[in-house]
Design a protein. Sequence first.
Length: 192
Amino acid sequence: MNGTETGRERTVAVEERAAGLSVSQIMLVAVLLAAGAVMKFFIGSIFSAGMKPNFIIAMYCLAILLVRPRFKEAAVIGLLAGAVCQFFPGTPYLNFPSEMAGALVMALFAKMGGRFGGFLMPAISAFITTVVSGGVFMALLYALFFSGGATAPAPFAVFAGIIFGTAAVNCVIVQVLYIPIAAALKMRAAAR
């Protein structure tokens, strides 16, 4: 093997990595979504009020901030989050479009990096992402009920309060977790 072949192999490896998420990034997304599901099941059931964290949204926000996927990869992460949501009570299938919309919004923030919000970018982006996800869910829910001739499941103000309350809790979760996880990933990358 000569130096030219080695250079070509390195180029190919870089091109392959650029084509999608690495295995370690996929594993990070999977672990965070699984952690979100477990926390939603065990910790989320403790909250009885409408204002409670949505750990699945918080975890995919965190995952997208950490791996900075392309928009199509972020859409897949959102669809996976929507699939995880199907295991919990609620209106089936509405989480697919709502979580995909949320993931795309978070990917937009991840692309901007610290240029938007600086140090508080994780909190601000998680808040807005949760509002978008909840807003899409609520709009689809209302459309579903009104198209069937039924009355609204709850007044708009109630849903808006739940969405904004959940967004406030999620933004704290993402901000608090982002800093140590991002630092740990940087230390791991530097150690290689």
